[in-house]
Design a protein around this ligand. Structure first.
Ligand code: AMP
Length: 286
C-alpha cells in the first residue's frame, strides 16, 4: 500500500483552473508546472497526478490513483462504477438535446427516427432507449454543433453551460438529459483501503465549498434594536451577540449567504446597524 494518496486531476481544459483553485484554497501546498505529470503536496501525504479530464476515471478505476476530480457527465458516460465522494460546485453544465432554431421539433418524443450527432453516445443511446424513442446516434468527437448545418444530423446532444454556443450556431435546446458538475470520486478498493485519508480530503474540500457561498457579517447596533436586526438576519447560523464598552450597544456577528448581502446591507442600516463589515470566509466546518 502506498503511503501517499494519489489524486488524479485535469491537466488542462475547462475544469483545470477551478480544480487547482479548490485544492489550493483547501490549504494544499504544491507546485504546478506545465510539463509535470506528478506534483508532491508539501504539507500533506498526497501526490497530485495531472492527466486528461477524460482519463481521470481510468486512473482511478485502474488503481493508479486513489481519488480523482473530473466531470460527473464523464463518469456517467464511461459506464464505469466509481463512488462520487462529493460534488464540487463548479464545472456546472447540462447535457441537452438541441435542434436547429427553425426546426419543428419541440420535445424528445419529436426526435423519433431522427439522426442525432453527439460525443456522448453512451448516455444519448441509453437515454433514448429508456424513453423508448428510437433514434440513430452518430458519434462525433468534436464540432458536434455544426452537424445539423452540414446535413449530417437532425439534432445534437451536447454539453452546454450558458447556452450561448448553441444560440451562436442557430440551435435551441429542447430538453435536458443530464445535469453535471465536477465531482471528487474514488474506487471501491481505494475506499476500503483509505477511508480516513479520503474522509480527510472530503472534509477539507467541503469546508472550502461551504465557505464559498457565505460571508461573515459584523456590525454594531443599539441593544434595543436587536430583535429587529435578528429578524433580518437569515437563519443560516444563530448570530453571536457581544456587549460593547458603550452601554446599550452590542456587536452582532453572523454568517449569511453571499448573494443575500447586497439586499441585506441597506435594511440592516435602516434597522440601526453601523460599522458594518462584510468579510470573506476561508473554510466552514459545521
Ligand atoms: P475538457 O474537455 O477538459 O475541457 O472538460 C470538459 C468537461 O468540462 C465536461 O465533461 C464537463 O464536465 C465540463 N463542462 C462544463 N461546462 C461545459 C460546457 N459548456 N461544455 C463542455 N464541457 C463543460
Amino acid at each position: 500500500m502506498r503511503d501517499r494518496l494519489r489524486l488524479a486531476v485535469p491537466n488542462k481544459g475547462r475544469l483545470m483552473e477551478s480544480t487547482l483553485a479548490l485544492l489550493h484554497d483547501a490549504g494544499l501546498v504544491f507546485e504546478t508546472t506545465e510539463r509535470s505529470l506528478v506534483s508532491r503536496v508539501q504539507n500533506h501525504p498526497i501526490d497530485i497526478l495531472f492527466v486528461r479530464t477524460g482519463d481521470v476515471i481510468e486512473f482511478v478505476n485502474d488503481g493508479v490513483a486513489e481519488a480523482g476530480i473530473t466531470g460527473g457527465d464523464i463518469l456517467a458516460d464511461s459506464g464505469i462504477e466509481l463512488h462520487v465522494l462529493r460534488e464540487l460546485g463548479f464545472g456546472r453544465c447540462r447535457l441537452v438535446a438541441a435542434v436547429p432554431s427553425d426546426s419543428p421539433f419541440e420535445s424528445f418524443a419529436d426526435l423519433r427516427g431522427a439522426r442525432i450527432a453527439t460525443s456522448h453516445a453512451r448516455i444519448a443511446r441509453s437515454f433514448f432507449a429508456a424513453q423508448e424513442i428510437p433514434v440513430d446516434v452518430i458519434t462525433l468527437s468534436g464540432a458536434v454543433e455544426v452537424a445539423p448545418r452540414l446535413g449530417l444530423a437532425d439534432a445534437i446532444v451536447d454539453l452546454v453551460s450558458t447556452g450561448s454556443t448553441l444560440a451562436g450556431n442557430g440551435l435551441r435546446a429542447i430538453g435536458d438529459i443530464l445535469t453535471s458538475e465536477a465531482v471528487l470520486l474514488t474506487s471501491e478498493p481505494a475506499r476500503l483501503a483509505h477511508p480516513d485519508e479520503l474522509d480527510g480530503i472530503v472534509t477539507m474540500l467541503g469546508s472550502v465549498i461551504a465557505a464559498r457561498g457565505r460571508k461573515y457579517l459584523m456590525m454594531n447596533a443599539p441593544a434595543d434594536r436587536l430583535r429587529e436586526l435578528e429578524d433580518l438576519l437569515p437563519g443560516l447560523e444563530s448570530p453571536s451577540i457581544i456587549p460593547l464598552a458603550h452601554a446599550g450597544m452590542i456587536a452582532i456577528h453572523s454568517v449569511v449567504g453571499a448573494d443575500e448581502v447586497w439586499g441585506l446591507l441597506p435594511r440592516l442600516k435602516a434597522a440601526g446597524a453601523s460599522g458594518i463589515l462584510v468579510l470573506p470566509i476561508e473554510k466552514i466546518l459545521p
